[in-house]
Write a new protein. Structure first.
Length: 696
């Protein structure tokens, strides 16, 4: 099918209008074929004496989702989008956009280049380029300020968030809202404009610019630059909007274009674009097609009203799904519900939740004692104590109680989902749903596929994850799945660094400088050093520094002392001479001559073993794609998005360099697990990349 087609519109409201329709599923991205089709049809319509006005419309749910992101970084294919938009703007006949759905990025810019815009109630308009490390590159930074004023336009582009149809109308971005026949309304509007002497052009406007607007823009720009130090897209956005105020339209447009093109080549934008596609790919399971339908989930149950269980129940309530919160004892339920209520009340106080919404959510959470209350649930999520015996008991009881076809999910972080499934007569209905703490906030959801998990159970879990506002990523069964398994490598490497001569604040500084919000030791202090210590006691594992701290009752923030000191309940730790002396004494006891480490070496020692583990995870099929691992780490562990995630970052560092370093680490420590995984070594030797040969 042609990506752009043209039809003559006849009839009372539409005679003399050429309707140019874009049809490039799924979201009408402005691929080269669409740009070429638009230019061609536009010229035809312009040359046709029977045509008085033109309407640009789109098939499907979206108007246009923007430039085709997959074309960025490839050789440019003419015509460029600015060229097409210039042709629209300069067309002698009025061109009106019929905005049937989302008009994002280049899609909104196309609408702004038109002479009029009519929007359907479900329309949404936005310039989200900033989220991809870019700025609008087809006139958005020039035309939006002319409609809104520089300050409001800057705020909208800085957030990247869209406005809905009504807001677009009230702001003057859209000229009219069509409740019924959008195309009819757009044609009528186009003919009205045809009766006027000249089609109105946004570029000719300057009525929103004023000294007050300029001052407000400069203040907002200064604040944004301070917050986003080192983010080139924010700097480019400021420069482009300032150009709109200072320069003639075409010169300012050239400033925007040059800035946009530089950003497209910036590795940070490449990383963010990688993540855009990574997050979408994560929802696809190789071998499971669209023919597999999800089971209906209308009622849920959560077992365990602790912090995790409560947070999961909140996720269901937020999505409007009634949920029964189940405990063994009424007191535990009361405490759990009180925690949920306090959490909501804090949100209401902050203004991020209305009282009405809080009441609605609370009314969806029903409390019950005993597993029988799970009988009518379509999905049961177990969030009880992390202990195999406890889980075994719950799942064999659930097998008796739950209705046929109900999905039985465990929120385990480490335990064997296959062993849990084996406690039931219906292992095909069992799946892992690993939420991250706090469950109502964190976006990542590891969907753990057991050996027997049925395809429709997996599809339902992915669907449900999205309904809960999560990013679900399918992972296989192994100790710690993708995220915690790799985290263990970082934790082990951190311990080694401390014993070899680094201090906690040096390691944390290197990691925060890299872009994490928190370093590994500040993180351990926040989570509680005792948690890992108890787990290691049970499994026989060792972490000499953390164990020594825990043995002294230094559990982290909650005891005021851990890797750092927290005077008077402070949340930010300060260096603790006692901890540092303890670390040094542990090095001495092992006969280690301490030395200093550069930030670069710290990062290599922490992250290369994680990359190696990621390669093993791929070899074992625990993750289907390297990009899934990136999606896990960015969304669940705060890996800085502008580096694209650990596997993408590894490729930017260079796999041969990582392999050589891992060989050296293995030789130095005698730790065979640090030896490069065969996949990693192979890719390094052959110049390959992780993405090659991945399932779709
Ligand atoms: C830009 O416009 C630059 C200009 O200023 C200057 C140019 C000179 N390109 O999200 P979904 C695919 S920058 C290519 O799952 P939803 C997506 O990968 C762009 N592909 O659906 C997925 O493919 P698959 C500014 C795109 O309903 C499929 O469409 N625009 C694009 O949940 C469905 O996507 C943006 O940043 C694209 N632009 O959400 C908007 N968009 O099925 C980015 C989507 O193979 N897009 N795809 O996995 C979105 O925000 C959401 O996709 C949207 C639909 C809200 C549109």
């Amino acid at each position: 099918m042609e990506p752009v087609r043209m039809e003559a519109r006849t009839g009372a409201s539409g005679g003399g209008v050429a309707v140019v329709t874009i049809a490039n599923p799924p979201v009408n991205a402005l691929a080269a074929s669409v740009r070429a089709g638009l230019l061609r049809t536009l010229r035809e319509a312009e040359d046709d004496p029977a045509v008085r006005a033109i309407v640009i419309a789109a098939d499907g749910k979206a108007f246009i989702a923007g430039a085709d992101i997959s074309e960025f970084g490839k050789p440019p294919a003419p015509p460029s989008l600015p060229e097409v938009l210039q042709a629209i703007e300069q067309c002698a006949k009025p061109v009106v956009a019929a905005l049937n759905g989302v008009a994002l990025g280049g899609g909104m810019e196309l609408a702004l280049a038109c002479h009029g815009r009519v929007v359907a109630p479900q329309g949404q308009l936005g310039l989200p380029e900033i989220k991809l490390g870019l700025i609008p590159g087809a006139g958005g930074t020039q035309r939006l300020p002319r409609i809104l004023g520089a300050a409001p336009a800057f705020a909208m582009m800085l957030s990247g968030d869209p406005v809905d149809a009504r807001k677009a109308l009230s702001l003057g971005i859209a000229d009219a809202l069509a409740e019924g026949d959008l195309l009819g309304a757009a044609c009528a509007h186009a003919l009205r404009l045809a009766d006027a002497e000249h089609p109105p052009r946004v570029r000719d406007r300057a009525d929103r610019f004023s000294p007050e607007d300029r001052a407000a823009f400069e203040a907002a720009a200064a604040a944004a630059l301070k917050r986003a130090s080192g983010q080139p897209n924010v700097e480019a956005l400021v420069a482009s909007v300032r150009a709109a105020l200072d320069l003639p339209f075409d010169e300012a447009l050239a400033v925007e274009r040059a800035r946009f093109q530089a950003l497209v080549e910036d590795p940070r934008s490449k990383a963010l674009r990688h993540l855009f596609f990574a997050e979408r790919a994560a929802g696809r399971v190789p071998g499971i097609g669209r023919e597999v339908k999800a089971r209906p989930i209308e009622q849920a149950a959560v077992i365990g009203a602790g912090t995790m269980g409560g947070g999961i129940a909140m996720c269901f309530a937020q999505a409007g799904i009634p949920v029964t919160l189940i405990e063994v004892k009424a007191e535990a339920l009361d405490a759990g519900l009180a925690r949920i209520r306090a959490n909501y009340e804090a949100s209401v106080k902050r203004g991020s939740l209305s009282q009405e919404e809080m009441d609605k959510r609370l009314s969806l959470i029903i409390c019950a004692v005993g597993l029988d209350a799970a009988a009518s649930a379509d999905m049961v999520v177990e969030a009880a104590f992390e202990d195999m015996a406890v889980k075994a008991e719950i799942f064999s009881a659930l097998d008796r109680v739950a209705k046929p076809g109900a999905i039985l999910a465990t929120n385990t972080s480490y335990l064997d989902v296959n062993a849990i499934a084996a406690m039931t007569q219906r292992p095909q209905d069992v799946v892992g749903l690993h939420f991250f703490s706090p469950a109502n906030v964190m976006r990542l959801l590891e969907v753990v596929r057991g050996a027997a998990t049925a395809p429709d159970v997996l599809v339902t879990s992915l669907d449900l994850g999205r309904r809960l506002g999560k990013l679900p990523v399918v992972v296989g069964v192994c100790y710690g799945f993708v995220g915690n398994r790799m985290l263990a490598k970082r934790t082990q490497a951190g311990e080694r660094l401390l014993l070899a001569g680094a201090l906690p604040h040096e390691v944390d500084a290197a990691v925060t400088q890299f872009g994490f919000r928190m370093g590994p030791f500040a993180m351990l202090d926040l989570a509680g050093i005792d948690i890992g210590w108890r787990a290691r006691k049970a499994t026989g594992g060792r972490a000499p520094v953390a164990d020594a701290l825990a043995e002294q009752g230094r559990f982290g923030q909650k005891t005021g002392r851990g890797f750092y000191l927290y005077p008077e309940g402070a949340r930010a730790g300060v260096r603790d001479p006692e901890t540092e002396a303890l670390i040094t004494s542990l090095s001495d006891a092992q006969g280690i001559v301490r030395r200093s480490f550069s930030a670069e070496e710290i990062l290599a020692r922490l992250f290369y073993p994680m990359v190696n583990e990621g390669a093993k995870i791929l070899e074992e099929g625990i993750a289907a794609r390297a990009s899934d691992i990136d999606a896990v780490w960015v969304n669940g562990y705060n890996w800085p998005s502008f580096t694209g995630g650990p596997m993408f970052w590894a490729e930017s560092v260079g796999l041969p360099k990582i392999v050589a370093a891992l060989d050296a680490f293995a030789a130095e420590t005698g730790d065979e697990t640090l030896k490069p995984a065969p996949l990693l070594r192979h890719l390094a030797e052959t110049g390959g990349v992780f993405a090659a040969g991945e399932g779709a």
